[in-house]
Design a protein around this ligand. Structure first.
Ligand code: ACM
Length: 629
């Protein structure tokens, strides 16, 4: 009898461990390369947590682990070379399978072992380990009553791409050092390794250049406005510019060190020759027009953009390529920037430069004639090549946006391709390094759901979550060795604060971390959705804001035989869609609906699981009709 009870108990225990382990299955973002689960095994953290390390590199990963384990568990983390339940090892013999940034992670009932070739690999192993723990580990306060169990797994993991970037625009809206650090900390959880700071633009110069103090004294300040960025009133004559913000060089060093501790390199961007209104406000003679009344744009409309991709800028915001003082100025700027940032690349911008003032300027025309340039694109290319030489003379590689291809690319320049896939394809075929960041997949400043229910954002395109997830960074017909990787870009015209910045970033940066890190053949949208759903409550506890727009319906009005119809769909499988006219009874959507011409509005919502509901989208008939155009 005793024996039977023992067997029954043993079976019950095994079954519960099995189901526990299942409920704790591996939901890691980005998806690791190889995961083998051992459902009958798990490891439980207990106090104190002893972490075995033998080297300074391993110690730095142990410090990161300790910082994340202690607040929620309240356990003491002891690190040192004594035997420990958690081992963080730098491989004595290189493991060639996992490369420079990979790791292996093995969880058995009595040990957790992370092995890597470098401290970066250990750091990434630690990020994965943290995602295997219960979500309460994300809390900054002690969580009593949680069993800190890690499922039995064996993971081999390494990135697909060496460049896994996110850009933050700190010119259009300035973010404090603490906000920037918080942003960096969050992206490091998802194994991003390049943080691109867009430091200068028409709306503010945000980095101290000690030899050119006016850049921040004048270029870092604009007149204060509230309301909608982009529609603000122009500065009035004599109006004081009191809305200021820039980083001192000491603060920049602090941010770089903070990022380095998380294995993130910081890449500076100084955007020239266009997007330079802030520099010109400080030093008007850098532009052809030498307008002494030049101002830092507070977010007023100073340009017009046309459907064919061309544009006009009413206030000169471009540096004068025929003025030698411009190159002296840039040499000074890039000398200080190169000394400050250890990363091997400097971004020179190069995008959206309006040539209208160059075309009217006698100095530019003379230079073009002397050099035999046939058009202003060749003049731009001349400028880019000279700036590339300056940057390279500081021992750095130069990167620019697609437009640096116009008129001929500088010999060693890398291209950050944002206008679709074409620029990157062309540059890679010419043998240049490329970072793919096409706006239709990676511009996380664009709306991720129906604009009627999204917060204010730029609306010249949209990037739904599934679209971001579908991004393939290697263009067809291109040698993959030229594609360093990809990047998400958070432009900040309409990002008024960091809470909103996080909303725009997540979950798209989760999807893109899979794109940049995980093997292409592991791409699996429903699988990503399951992992995202585990990540959301973790982000809630960690205090990371994110959007739930992926749950919202996609409303597509169209005309068929002159009649207005609407197709409703969702990007998350298994959602039900409901609609009603004029707040009447909701019906479940089955097929495209005929829209009666006497209704005022259509309302739509989705449900998913038992308590999950997308936002209700209500569109007036006039909007439905307008969207068919
Ligand atoms: C860009 O979006 N102008 C690079």
């Amino acid at each position: 009898m005793k024996k039977v009870s023992f067997i029954v108990l043993a079976i019950v225990a095994m079954v519960s461990v099995y189901f526990y382990a299942r409920s704790q299955d591996v939901y890691v973002i980005p998806e690791p390369v190889k995961v083998t689960t051992n459902k009958f095994v798990s490891f439980k953290l207990s106090n104190p947590i002893v972490v075995h390390v033998e080297s300074a590199e391993a110690q730095s990963a142990a410090n990161c682990l300790s910082e994340r384990l202690t607040p929620a568990t309240g356990y003491l983390v002891k690190t040192g070379n004594k035997p420990g339940a958690i081992e963080l090892n730098i491989n004595k013999k290189q493991n060639t399978e996992i490369g420079r940034e990979g790791y292996t992670l093995d969880v058995t009932s009595d040990k957790v072992i992370i092995n890597a070739n470098t401290s970066a690999g250990l750091f990434y192993g630690v990020q994965t380990l943290l995602q295997l723990l219960p979500k309460e580990i994300e809390s900054r306060t002690i969580q009593n009553g949680v069993s800190w169990i890690i499922p039995g797994v064996s993971i081999v993991d390494y990135p697909r791409f060496a460049w896994r970037g996110i850009m933050l625009d700190v010119s259009r809206h300035f973010f404090s050092v603490d906000e920037v650090k918080h942003y960096i900390d969050n992206i490091s959880r998802y194994k991003y390794n390049v943080f691109h700071l867009h430091l200068t633009d028409d709306h503010g110069w945000r980095i101290e250049i000690k030899s050119l103090p006016r850049l921040t004294q004048i270029g870092g300040c604009r007149v204060k406005r509230t309301g909608k960025f982009g529609d603000y009133e122009w500065p009035k004559d004599g109006e004081p510019a009191t809305d200021c913000g820039y980083y001192t060089q000491e603060q920049i060093k602090d941010v770089i060190a903070y990022a380095a501790a998380r294995h993130i390199q910081v890449m500076p961007e100084i955007d020239v020759p266009g997007h330079s209104a802030a520099a010109i406000a400080a030093y008007p003679d850098l532009s052809c027009t030498n307008n002494q009344k030049a101002f830092v744009n507070p977010g007023s409309k100073v340009s017009e953009w046309y459907k064919d991709g061309t544009f006009k800028i009413f206030i000169d915001n471009s540096l004068d390529p025929a003025n030698e003082r411009v190159y002296t100025f840039l040499d000074t700027v890039f000398t200080e920037v190169a000394n400050l940032f250890p990363f091997g690349y400097i971004h020179m911008g190069g995008d959206e430069c309006y040539h209208g003032y160059w075309e009217k300027d006698p100095g530019c025309q003379k230079l073009m004639k002397e050099q035999g340039f046939r058009n202003s694109d060749e003049l731009q290319s001349y400028f880019v090549k000279r700036v590339a030489n300056i940057i390279e003379s500081k021992g750095k590689k130069v990167i620019g946006w697609d437009e640096i291809l116009q008129g001929g690319l500088a010999p060693n320049a890398a291209v950050m391709s944002w206008k679709g896939m074409e620029g990157g394809t062309k540059a890679a075929k010419l043998g240049h390094e490329v970072i793919m960041t096409p706006s239709q997949y990676t511009y996380i400043d664009l709306p991720q759901g129906d604009i009627s229910v999204e917060p204010e954002c730029l609306t010249w395109g949209s990037v739904r979550l599934k679209k971001a997830y579908e991004f393939e960074p290697i263009p067809d017909g291109v040698d993959p060795k030229y594609i360093l990787g990809g990047q998400a870009n958070l432009w900040a015209e309409k990002v008024y604060d960091m809470h909103h910045g996080e909303y725009m970033t997540y979950p798209r940066a989760w999807a893109l971390s899979d794109v940049f890190w995980s093997p292409k053949d592991k791409r699996d949208w429903p699988g990503f959705v399951s992992r995202m759903e585990k990540q959301m409550p973790r982000a809630d506890i960690a205090g990371i804001n994110y959007a739930r727009s992926a749950y919202d319906a996609i409303v597509r009005p169209y005309k068929e035989k002159g009649k207005l119809k609407v197709e409703l769909s969702t990007e998350i499988e298994g959602e039900a869609i409901y609609y009603s006219f004029d707040s009447g009874e909701y019906k479940q959507y089955k097929e495209p609906i005929d829209i009666p011409n006497n209704i005022q509005k259509l309302s739509v919502y989705t449900t998913y699981g038992k308590d999950n509901k997308g936002k209700t989208i209500t569109l007036p008939l006039s909007t439905l009709l307008a969207r068919t155009k």
